[in-house]
Design a protein around this ligand. Sequence first.
Ligand code: NAP
Length: 340
Amino acid sequence: MERKVCVTGAAGYLGSWLVKRLLETGYIVHATTRNLGDPYKVGLLKSLPHAETRLRLFEADIYDPCEFRPAIQGCSFVLHMATPLQHQPHPLNPQFKDTTEAAVAGVKSIVECCIASGTVKRLIYTASVVASSTLKEDGNGYKAQLDESCWTSPGATLAYATDSLKAYASSKAASEKELLRHGNEIEIVSLTLGLVGGATLLSSIPGSVDVLISQATKNTSGYNTLRFLEELLGKVPILHVEDACDAHIFCMEKPSMNGRFLCACAYLSSAEIANLHRMIFPDIEIPVEFVEKLKRKIVWGSNKLKEAGFEYKYDVKTILEDSINLGHKLGELEIQPSRV
Ligand SMILES: NC(=O)c1ccc[n+]([C@@H]2O[C@H](COP(=O)([O-])OP(=O)(O)OC[C@H]3O[C@@H](n4cnc5c(N)ncnc54)[C@H](OP(=O)(O)O)[C@@H]3O)[C@@H](O)[C@H]2O)c1
């Protein structure tokens, strides 16, 4: 039997890796991107092994959410990864005032299309830990652990937040909440990922890898984002791109699954990340202004995904090693650091 799945945001960092894994596994993939006239993105997807026979491309923009319907039609699963990072109103659909309104409308429309299709068994949403702050609602410190009960309050004062980080956190939290409201109409899994590192099929460094290696590359804006995550979440949850994509396939292939699942293999402070960089690559120098010594006792309290049977293949050392090697390959680190 043909196994058709739809991946939105298929030409991005996670999307392209997921499409590669799905094609390798034998799925027929309906992949969406905003512009089928973009030779780089279309070329990347078409160059994947088995693309010639198993890949179909569709054009769809969240700012015109009905555009996802043809890509969803006939699929058994929808993996919704696309997310608007910049506010870019559609000329025919100018009503959304920011990325949050657009992302929520996108989620609503995709849920409706899944239900109307009559073929979609489950919708899997790529959520982010930026929606699961451990800060207490009263603004008085942190909760004891990070788990699925944690949510980022819309009005919270967030340290290190730039306008784009605030907009991202708001749109991810609002769209994840909107999606989970429909869990009694269709099976919905919200896979709430930590910061993803590792390899890429893209020719430039993915944003999340840039953040993860920002102390080694002395990248102040990336480090600001790392500190934003640390202040929002207590510490920083991280995982490897291969595990992130395999977790999506796991959530799809389980006979039944519904609800919110946090997904990360390690929960580290930024100072612990800096120490690990130096331990793996002793010639990496990290200036003191890129190391914040914090003493927090918050722990990772989510076991739901593991209890459902998912196993992480990549440990934190491999995640950082692959991310640093990628940084070197793509020109973010001038010298190839040697390993211990
Ligand atoms: N990387 C991480 O550490 C991480 C962690 C947690 C969650 N996530 C989530 O994982 C998903 C993928 O992230 P990523 O790291 O792979 O980022 P990415 O490389 O920037 O990919 C984002 C994708 O969203 C699509 N997109 C942007 N604006 C859109 C719009 N208006 N309409 C339709 N599609 C649009 C882009 O597609 P085109 O440019 O091809 O049109 C792109 O493929 C996102 O939902 C993100 O929130 C990522």
